[in-house]
Design a protein around this ligand. Structure first.
Ligand SMILES: Cc1cc2nc3c(=O)[nH]c(=O)nc-3n(C[C@H](O)[C@H](O)[C@H](O)COP(=O)(O)OP(=O)(O)OC[C@H]3O[C@@H](n4cnc5c(N)ncnc54)[C@H](O)[C@@H]3O)c2cc1C
Length: 270
């Protein structure tokens, strides 16, 4: 079967989407389609039915509630990066989304989609983890919140259950300072070779490195040294991480980049 022949399921409310998700185990969730579309077009996926979230208005809301940023799963990267509240309150987050691919992709790709696809070479997960964001997962059984850091379990694997939908991302009030650094080794529109997100809240430093392993990498004990130890923390991250070897860089190359980029990110915080 081809995508053109797939049954099109188009709920207009979250409840209806959840009911379909539970009833139709054969249906694949479709958000912006920038990831899934490639899988289908290249013959890696052949879903008999597509459960499109495009008509669910509840999933497109972007709001600030008690200082917390609440991002509906269907908010696009472009909408997020251009939102004045996000640019002023969470500028590093706006920047991380603005560095994804091209405007054409960002106009289509959604915040829920980039987390649910769990691609190791994505930009947003490391930044969201550094900001201590959580996702809200809904199912007919109820609702649960999971830290972004715990959502991604491995390559293209999350803890989202078969009957769950990722409905919202909640980002706590912004830390005093945060930064996102994307190191590309090929074209300016490419995915990162090494992605470093760092944030400082009070005395607490959080450094999360993305695109170098199956999941975003965070070492609280290393971060406990504090922002004054930028070079030592960079070296420690490079030693602790077992980097992947892919078209964007060998493991040895990545180790060197991690040490430098982590140091630079921490220095940019101070
Ligand atoms: C040319 C190109 C360049 C790119 N460059 C970058 C880059 O530089 N940096 C980067 O970070 N990313 C990059 N990407 C990846 C892009 O950001 C992702 O493809 C996109 O974020 C996925 O979002 P989507 O809404 O299109 O998801 P979809 O393709 O619709 O879905 C992705 C997956 O998530 C599942 N899913 C989607 N929404 C939900 C939900 N709410 N609940 C449960 N499951 C869900 C789907 O079933 C599917 O498995 C690039 C993509 C392209 C095509």
């Amino acid at each position: 079967m081809s995508a053109a022949a797939a049954e099109w399921l188009a709920p207009t409310s979250l409840d209806a989407a959840l009911a379909l998700r539970a009833e139709r185990a054969d249906a694949t969730v479709l958000a912006g389609g920038t990831f899934l579309g490639i899988l289908i077009n290249q013959g890696f996926a052949d879903p008999p039915a597509l459960l499109s979230l495009g008509g669910v208005a509840e999933l497109r809301t972007l709001a600030v509630h008690d200082g917390e940023l609440r991002i509906g799963a269907m908010v696009t990267h472009r909408a997020l990066e251009r939102d004045e509240r996000v640019r002023e309150g969470w500028p590093a987050l706006a920047r991380a989304f603005a560095l994804v691919a091209s405007p054409r992709v960002r106009n289509q790709a959604t915040v829920g989609g980039v987390l649910a696809d769990a691609d190791y070479a994505s930009d947003p997960p490391a930044m969201l983890a550094a900001l201590e964001a959580r996702v809200v997962l809904h199912s007919p059984r109820g609702t649960r919140e999971v830290a972004v850091e715990d959502l991604i379990l491995g390559y293209y694997e999350t803890c989202i259950a078969d009957d769950e939908l990722l409905a919202e991302v909640r980002v706590p009030p912004a830390p005093e300072r945060a930064v996102y650094r994307k190191f590309r080794s090929r074209s300016s529109e490419d995915r990162p070779c090494v992605a470093v997100a760092a944030a400082v809240r009070g005395d607490a430093l959080r450094v999360v490195v993305g695109a170098v392993a199956d999941t975003p990498q965070h070492f609280p004990d290393v971060c406990a040294r504090g922002p004054g130890e930028a070079a030592a923390i960079g070296r420690a991250y490079a030693e602790r991480i077992a980097p992947i070897d892919d078209a964007r860089g060998s493991a040895a190359y990545r180790r060197r980049v991690i040490a430098v980029e982590v140091r630079r990110a921490i220095e940019a915080l101070t």
